[in-house]
Each structure stands twice: as C-alpha cells, then as structure tokens.
Design a protein around this ligand. Structure first.
Ligand code: ADP
Ligand code: ZN
Ligand code: MG
Length: 493
C-alpha cells in the first residue's frame, strides 16, 4: 500500500476502527433517469428541466433503459448478484433542491446485492475482499448554493439541472479497518467503474461522491461501536484524512469517559477536521414506499447475460495479463492500468516498439506527469502513439540518452509538437552522453569476440575497428574523443 495510516500506533493498539463506505456515482447516459432532459454537467441554471424531473403534478416518469443497463454492468463488475426483479421506492424528505418532496430510489428490493472488491493487503499481507452490501439505482437531487458563492451571503440559490440525474449507490459492508484500506477500496472501485465506462467518476464535478461511516471498538470486542457518518468530502485523500481525524476524535472521546453520538459530520478541508451537523435520521423517517408510477424493473436472464457479455477486461485481470505478456513489474502494471486509456496506449505501443519496458518507462516518466500538469487527456497529448514508439526505440538503441529524451519531451509539450517533429529539428548532432556511447560499445564488443581477443592479445591497433563500428552504429553522431577514450577503457577493462 502507498502509505501507512497516520492514526497513532498507541490508538490502534487499543482500538480497532470499523469503516463502511456509501458511494454515489452518476451514470454517463445521454438523458436523465426518468425523462428526456439532457444529463449534462453545468449549463445555465434551471435549463435542463421538465415537468417530470421537477415532479410537477400529473407528470409521469419513464425509466431510462440505458441507466438500468449501466447499473447492472457496474453491479456485475463488482461481483454483485443482479436481481431479476427490483423495485423502485420513494424516499420522502424535504429539501429546497428536491421539488418533488421525494427521491426515486430503491429500498428493500435493490438492483443488486452481495458483491465484493479486492484490495491489496498491507505490506506482506494477502489481498482482502471487501464486501458490497448492495448496489441500487436512484435519482440525484438539484443543487443549493449558499453562502460564499455570491457577495451577499444571505440568499440561497437553487439550480435544478441535476434533478433526475441517474445514480447508482454502492454500499460497502463495514469490512474496512483502516483509512488506508478505505483509500484503496475507493481507488479500486473508481478504476473498475471507469473501465466499465458507466461513469466518468469526476469528483470535482460531483460524478462520484462518498459518505464515510466510521466507528471504533476496543480490540477484541465483537460488537461494533456507534458510528459517525462523514459527508462533504471531495477527494480520496481527504476521505483518508477525515477518517484519520474521526478515529482519533472518537477514541479521545471514549478515553475521556464520553460516548460517540450517531450523527452526520461535515469535513472541513481548510481546517482538516470534522464538525457535527445533525443527528442522523433513522431510515424509517424517510417513509419509503414502492413508487406507484413505475413498474418493477425486470431484467430477464437473457438481458443480464447480454449485459455480462459486454463486460470489458477489468483492471485486476488486465494487470495480471500485462505482467505476463510484456514482462513488466507489478508496480508498472499498477500505474499503467490506472485508466483504460493509458493501458490501451501502453499495449498498442508495446506491440510496435522494440522494448515494452521502454514504453512503460516513458509513459510513466515522461507522459503521465506532463499530461496531468497540463490538464490534458491522452487523446490530446502532443506526443502521439507514433512519437512514443519512436522515443522508446531511440532509447532502446542507445541513440538517445534518457536526458536527451527528457529534453525532447520538454519541448514537445511546451510547443505542442509530436516527439518526431522535435527530434528531427533538435536532433543532437553529437552523442556526448557517456552512458549512451558505452551502450553502443558494449553491443559492438559483444558482436565481435574475435577482435576483442586480438586486442587483448596485444594487437592494440584493433581499437580503430571498434571505433569505426560504434561510429557507424551511432550514425556518425558519437563524440569522437569521448568514443576513443571509452573504447580504450572498455577494451582494457
Ligand atoms: P444507516 O441505517 O445509518 O444508513 P446502514 O446499516 O445502512 O446504516 O449502513 C450504512 C453504512 O455504514 C454501510 O456502508 C455500513 O457498512 C456502514 N456501517 C454500519 N454500521 C457501522 C459501524 N458500526 N461502524 C462503521 N460503519 C458502519
Ligand atoms: Zn426532465
Ligand atoms: Mg442505510
């Protein structure tokens, strides 16, 4: 795992944290869950709306079939059993951004149940399966914008564009035991969802949101402690930090003779702490009942099989295959499969290039960071697949040192040019990197054992032969003085 949890060891020796996560994910359908409005982030406030998603009297919802298929695909990807018959239910509550007064969700007959996600074990420990209690479908609410967004903090504005956006909610079992495990779980879940293509999982835009439930219990005690639920956390790193804070807070409370209250708490990123918000409503407060305006959702065996047949190769399987196919390390495979785009890029380039390892190195050292810094997707990268393969081959043949390649990538990204274009123009006239020249010399030495024997037998003039061969191999670009010096050194050594 990336880093050990920063909850103090004394606390962890005495108490065991218990964590369960609820993740909401927006589905990438063209239209909303129950109407024909565009399912698009942003837009002028209150423009992607209609009587159905506003819940005006008499308007009737019709389920978006694509949303159901996406939800089922996501459920299968995390090993859930998908019900043949699931039931929509109304979850009743009042909030200004919920004009209907209820949210269409699923309650006692959710779309899918009993899944799991594998997370890597802590150092030296085996991988662990984290249980998924359920995956159900629901619709999103609108957005309220309060203080801070305008000069007067006295008003609240409501944008209903998000009303009716199709969501899946994925509820984990309370199986996670450290903030680090929660971080790993979320990382894996996001990866899997991205691979299935059902969501863009963009946390900044709210396409993926996570509520973290956490409690602590004395080690050895079987009964769970009282949990708090932390909301409003918009990055995985913050979720880890919020959990660390919460665990310390709860233990301190208990050690001081107090009791943890069941409540919802908000994470404040600026202060790095959580604040109590309100005591948690009990589930029955929502007065769930079956949605009278929608029939039960039936996914026949046939339909479920055809959805299952669309399942792409998932990250874990792909990592294993890539390690076997290309001889790259587990760490490389991990990084390269973080998104499907990079994994695809790697595999196509690795098949064309002389050395898959070079391709793996270049994507990780020269592409990923630069693209991220520029906020570019792989499809917008100035260095194309062809450029990547070219760079890898030039590295493999020793014609360019890693430093020279870095320099070319710098220019390529600065000026939005492909690797090849920059290389042709800026082609180093002379190879003066000792490591690159030594690599060429090694090749020539390996290919000409007889001449090496002659040289080492006393015929020193044979060095001219080696110098000539290396010069040829370097296309005349090796620095001659350096070449002579290094040839002598190599032959003597
Ligand atoms: P609620 O009724 O408050 O919504 P649920 O039982 O539905 O609670 O669980 C919601 C989430 O909280 C799940 O992810 C579950 O794993 C987690 N959870 C339940 N009990 C605990 C606990 N004692 N400590 C930590 N997490 C818990
Ligand atoms: Zn609508
Ligand atoms: Mg619940």
């Amino acid at each position: 795992m990336a880093s050990a949890t920063s909850v103090s060891p004394e606390v962890l020796a005495k108490y065991e944290p218990v964590i369960g996560l609820e993740v909401h994910v927006q589905l990438l359908t063209a239209t909303k869950a129950f109407c024909g409005c565009a399912n698009k982030f942003g837009g002028e406030p209150n423009t992607h709306i209609c009587p159905v998603c506003l819940g005006l009297p008499g308007a009737l919802p019709v389920l978006n079939e694509r949303a159901a298929e996406f939800a089922a695909l996501a459920a299968m990807a995390i090993h859930c059993q998908v019900r043949e018959r699931s039931v929509f239910a109304r979850k009743n509550y009042f909030y200004p951004d919920l004009p209907k007064g209820y949210q269409i969700s699923q309650f006692d007959k959710p779309l899918a149940e009993h899944g799991w996600i594998e997370i890597p074990g802590a150092e030296g420990m085996p991988a662990r399966r984290i249980g998924i209690t359920r995956l159900h479908m629901e619709e999103d609410a609108g957005k309220s914008m309060h203080d801070g967004f305008a000069e007067s903090a006295t008003k609240t504005y409501v944008d209903l564009n998000r009303c009716g956006t199709p969501l899946i909610e994925i509820v984990s079992e309370p199986d996670l035991r450290t903030p680090e495990e929660a971080f790993e779980y979320l990382t894996r879940l996001k990866e899997i969802l991205l691979y299935t293509g059902v969501s863009d999982c963009n946390m900044e835009e709210g396409s993926l949101r996570c509520d973290a439930n956490v409690s602590v219990r004395p080690r050895g005690q079987e009964k769970f402690g009282t949990k708090a639920e932390v909301k409003n956390v918009n990055s995985f790193r913050f979720i880890r930090a919020a959990l660390e804070y919460e665990i310390e807070r709860q233990v301190e409370l208990i050690e001081g003779g107090g009791r943890v209250m069941q409540e919802t708490r908000l994470w404040n990123a600026a202060e790095g702490r959580t604040y109590g918000m309100r005591s948690k409503e009990q589930a029955h407060d929502y007065r769930y009942f079956p949605e009278p305006d929608l029939p039960a959702l039936i996914l026949s065996d046939e339909l479920r099989s055809s959805i299952a047949a669309r399942m792409p190769e998932l990250p874990e399987a792909r990592r294993k295959r890539m390690i076997a196919d290309y001889g790259i390390s587990a760490q490389d495979a991990q990084t390269l499969t973080a998104t499907r785009e990079f994994a695809d890029q790697f595999e196509v380039a690795a098949k064309q290039a002389k050395s898959p390892q070079r391709v793996a190195n270049l994507i990780q050292s020269e592409m990923m960071g630069r693209l991220k810094a520029k906020g570019l997707g792989l499809e917008d990268s100035p260095v194309t697949l062809k450029g990547l393969v070219q760079a890898a081959d030039l590295a493999e043949s020793g014609q360019l040192s890693s430093k020279q390649i870095k320099g070319i990538f710098d220019i390529a990204f600065e000026r939005s040019e492909d690797f090849g274009a920059v290389y042709e123009r800026e082609k180093p006239r002379q190879i003066s990197d000792p490591a690159a020249i030594e690599k060429l010399i090694d090749e020539v030495i390996a290919a000409n054992p007889k001449q090496v024997e002659q040289y080492r037998g006393g015929k020193k003039t044979v060095d001219a032969f080696f110098i000539g061969q290396v010069m040829k191999l370097s296309k005349g670009q090796a620095n001659p003085a350096l070449l002579k010096e290094l040839v002598t050194k190599k032959l003597e050594g």
